[in-house]
Design a protein around this ligand. Structure first.
Ligand code: ZN
Length: 650
């Protein structure tokens, strides 16, 4: 008997059922808190499972709202969201739960297994990072800080948005748009009393189009200057945000905001993060200089900040551009999907079996996943673009592998959603290579969730995995989409059956690595700036000095002094990336390192691949990825393998 939930959403009665569910949960929590002798089995696991069941009930609604969006799904979803949020906020502020966790941790420490210890650790940490355990006065100040911080982030975004919208550059001379792609020209064109003119703005597609293809350097400079001087009033906002973050971290017992940020992440300490970023920077520099020299050859004048995208594009056209259309026939969707299954079976020993059952769309499909012949999980694919489906690609976990209060085993399930070209009776869905990479990426997340053997739902699969490690399994798998031995399994011309020639595979790799060292340095500049900025409070002037110092290491062209990129750095001042921007590179390094171990062992002969399955995938969030990674590799991570992956000779 398996325990998969049937996929169904009763939109008519959803809110009523949700309310009942939450009322039931609330009562259940009260009953649990009333238990005199609380322990892991009678308190922690039942509480975890009640959260799990609520998630299981809610997930199909958010899934259907994303893939079969209608007025009805929107209405139900927007009614449901505040109900769920209110419930989880109440739980996260319930100090009695925190105290019960602490008590059980102290009392039962020696009897608990690793998974159970981790559940307690993470729950307690979660409470403590919000200051729930502190005295009333401190809590009040934390609340004020949080409120002010969210106002400031909001103002930051608003100022940026206003500045972006307020600017336009009108081109009247058709010579100035020569060389732009037709679609960008059409987007820019408008009629002014019978004369066609072209409007460029600071909105991403428009700005990028001119900076990449626009041959008039005066216009490029003008646009660039407007872009990097947006929202000067954000400088004061940043000062205040930084001061508040510093105060908050100290109230919570951390030396600075960077240390606070790392408390819930895989990276062990500030020094490790900084060393890691600096190692990559110093090893990328030589090649970045070579890349810049290549671009320089195409420009009559010394390159300036607003020239590199333009001349970089010329270089790409000359040497690296590949015609996606030539590749598509080799990547027919069903060939790719089944080829990926075959690859995963050879690498990890897992099998897939299609299930016939009605789903939300005739194009969606479901499969059972087997590990060494034993039913392990269920996976849903919804791969084609259609109306009323949200764009992009993602994995959405539904059920988690767990044992419930009665020790009954629950199996995991997840949805993989992409937006590939639609197929019909006459037309196959032919993918770009980028689409193949996307499918592998999402499958990496999916396997991380589905192959879990963890018995505690809160740290099973992707649950409880540190923020800076979440992209490790996805990027790991994505790397194989460039590996000839893997591509040869499914990259077959859908008409002739011819296998994708090696030269075409090499071209994919070369195009991926085009100007990779320059790109690497740029990301490292952002990461170093973000991290160092959060190691102590900075005034606006100190912040500029910090940026200038970092740029000496990472910028091969010194930006003009009017460049105030920081005033538009939304990731860290209006998003969730503060002292966390390094995570992009961090997860890439883990994935490249594990990947090359497997490649160097001959891919399918690799024993590291099986160990990866048994350590990284099976153990999910039950241990810090720092420990799991060490267990896998028997050594610390080697950043050099990311350089190798990007074709950078460090
Ligand atoms: Zn991802």
């Amino acid at each position: 008997m398996h325990t998969f939930l049937p996929f169904q959403v009763d939109l008519e009665h959803f809110i009523e059922k949700l309310q009942n569910h939450i009322n039931g949960n609330t009562k259940h929590v009260e009953e649990l808190l009333a238990i005199k002798e609380k322990n892991y089995a009678n308190f922690v696991r039942p509480l975890g499972m009640s959260g799990e069941r609520l998630e299981e009930f809610f997930t199909p609604l958010s899934h259907i709202n994303a893939v079969c969006n209608s007025e009805k799904t929107q209405e139900v979803y927007s009614q449901a969201l505040p109900i769920i949020t209110e419930y989880s906020t109440l739980l996260s502020q319930n100090l009695a739960i925190y105290e019960a966790f602490k008590e059980i941790q102290a009392k039962e420490a020696s009897n608990l297994n690793q998974e159970q210890k981790r559940v307690l650790e993470l729950n307690i940490l979660h409470f403590e990072l919000s200051g729930a355990h502190l005295d009333a006065k401190t809590k009040e100040r934390l609340q004020e800080i949080n409120l002010r911080k969210s106002e400031l982030s909001n103002d930051f975004s608003q100022n940026l948005l206003d500045a972006t919208n307020a600017y336009e550059y009108i081109i009247t001379d058709p010579n100035d748009i020569e060389g732009l792609p037709q679609s960008d020209i059409e987007n820019a064109a408008f009629d002014d009393e019978g004369v066609t003119k072209y409007r460029f703005t600071l909105q991403m597609p428009s700005y990028i189009a001119y900076m990449t293809y626009g041959k008039n350097e005066t216009i490029r400079e003008e646009l660039y200057k407007a872009y990097v001087t947006r929202a000067p009033q954000n400088e004061a906002i940043i000062e205040e945000i930084l001061a508040l973050r510093d105060e908050m971290s100290k109230l919570l017992g951390y030396e600075n905001y960077a240390t606070y940020s790392l408390a819930s992440k895989m990276a062990p300490d500030n020094k490790t993060v900084l060393d890691f970023l600096r190692t990559l920077a110093s090893k990328s520099k030589k090649q970045a200089q070579k890349e810049l020299a290549q671009i320089q050859k195409l420009s009559p004048n010394p390159l300036r900040s607003f020239d590199t995208a333009y001349y970089g594009e010329l270089l790409k056209k000359e040497q690296y551009e590949l015609d996606e259309e030539l590749y598509r026939p080799y990547f027919e969707q069903q060939n790719v999907l089944h080829g990926m299954f075959e690859f995963l079976d050879k690498l990890f020993g897992i099998g897939f079996e299609k299930i016939e059952e009605p789903l939300w769309d005739p194009k969606a499909s479901a499969y059972y996943l087997y590990v060494q012949g034993r039913l392990k999980a269920k996976i849903y694919f919804d791969l084609e673009a259609r109306k009323n489906k949200r764009g992009g690609a993602w994995m959405h976990n539904w059920q988690s592998h767990a044992r419930d209060e009665k020790d009954k085993e629950h199996l995991a399930s997840a949805f993989v959603v992409c937006n590939f070209p639609p197929s019909n009776a006459n037309t196959k869905s032919l993918l770009r290579h980028d689409d193949v990479v996307t499918l592998f990426h999402e499958m990496g997340h999916t396997l991380h969730h589905l192959l879990s053997d963890v018995n505690e739902n809160e740290v099973s699969g992707v649950n409880g995995v540190e923020w800076d490690a979440v992209e490790f399994p996805s990027q790991f798998l994505e790397n194989f989409a460039y590996e000839p031995k893997v591509l040869q399994m499914f990259a077959k011309h859908y008409k002739s059956g011819e296998i994708l020639p090696d030269a075409m595979i090499q071209k994919l790799v070369d195009a991926k690595n085009f100007l990779s060292a320059l790109g690497m340095l740029r990301q490292l500049e952002f990461s170093l700036f973000d991290f160092l900025l959060h190691t102590e409070p900075h005034t606006a002037q100190e912040m500029q000095e910090l940026l200038d110092t970092i740029r000496k290491e990472t910028s091969l062209i010194t930006p003009p002094s009017y460049n105030k990129f920081q005033n538009g750095f939304s990731h860290i001042f209006a998003g969730g990336y503060a002292a966390g921007y390094y995570s992009y590179k961090w997860a890439e390094v883990l994935s490249a390192d594990a990947y090359y171990n497997i490649i160097d062992e001959g891919v399918f002969e690799s024993h590291t691949a099986k160990r990866y399955r048994d350590i990284i995938l099976k153990k999910g969030g039950s241990q810090s990825m720092q420990e799991l990674f060490f267990e896998l590799m028997q050594r610390e991570v080697k950043p050099e393998n990311l350089l190798r992956l990007n074709g950078i000779e460090g």
